[in-house]
Design a protein around this ligand. Structure first.
Ligand SMILES: [Zn+2]
Length: 69
């Protein structure tokens, strides 16, 4: 019997709802973003709620896991 692929970092002790949420958040964080200012893809989360561009140092406030659209 094949084992089901477990999601990185989380075991089976967590509920499926939490795991799904985690996956979504993780995916959102890892997603490549483009800087609204210079278009560089080196745009990412700097700290919780702060997103910044590594190239032009443009900073924007957002939520913990995503920038506001
Ligand atoms: Zn930039």
């Amino acid at each position: 019997m094949k084992k089901k692929k477990s999601l990185k970092g989380l075991g089976a002790r967590y509920g499926i709802k939490i795991r799904k949420q985690y996956t979504k958040v993780h995916f959102t964080l890892k997603q490549k973003r483009t800087c609204p200012q210079c278009g560089s893809t080196r745009f990412g989360r700097d700290a919780v709620g702060i997103w910044s561009c590594k190239k032009c140092l443009y900073k924007v406030a957002g939520t913990a896991y995503d920038i506001k659209v």
